[in-house]
Design a protein around this ligand. Sequence first.
Ligand code: GTP
Ligand code: MG
Length: 135
Amino acid sequence: AQRTLILVKPDGVKRNIIGDVISRIERKGLKVIALELRTIEVDTAHAHYAEHAEKPFFGELVDFITSGPLVALVAEGDRAIEAFRALAGATDPVKATPGTIRGDYALQVAQNIVHGSDSPESAEREIKIFFPELV
Ligand code: GTP
Ligand code: MG
């Protein structure tokens, strides 16, 4: 089975919807195999978002993701990466279909509630960052 790294970002934790996000993951049939609530360091944020280092919003992205506790989890199942990206909805939450996590809960791209790995290579890299003991 495939694994994916999912984050309930600090906005999702502040809004008390950790349970709903996990519920949607479980209802879909994915299995949560690791889970942790923590506030990450700037170095960890840089590693996680390395692909965005040159983007104009990188500073904001790092400030936001380190601004408070997040929930990191690993979910496992058939095509888990694609399955969770579909549950999450489009990056821009206004374009995300209602019924998806972002479509139901968010209005701003910078605060779009969740992250999900976008490829098997990203998943492996991101799982190593958050759950080195799992690899
Ligand atoms: P993730 O699952 O979080 O990686 O989202 P994504 O794969 O749908 O989007 P992408 O990897 O392209 O961007 C990563 C994150 O950067 C997004 O989820 C947004 O929260 C954030 N982001 C994207 N565009 C902007 C922007 O213009 N400003 C800010 N502040 N954040 C942005
Ligand atoms: Mg991404």
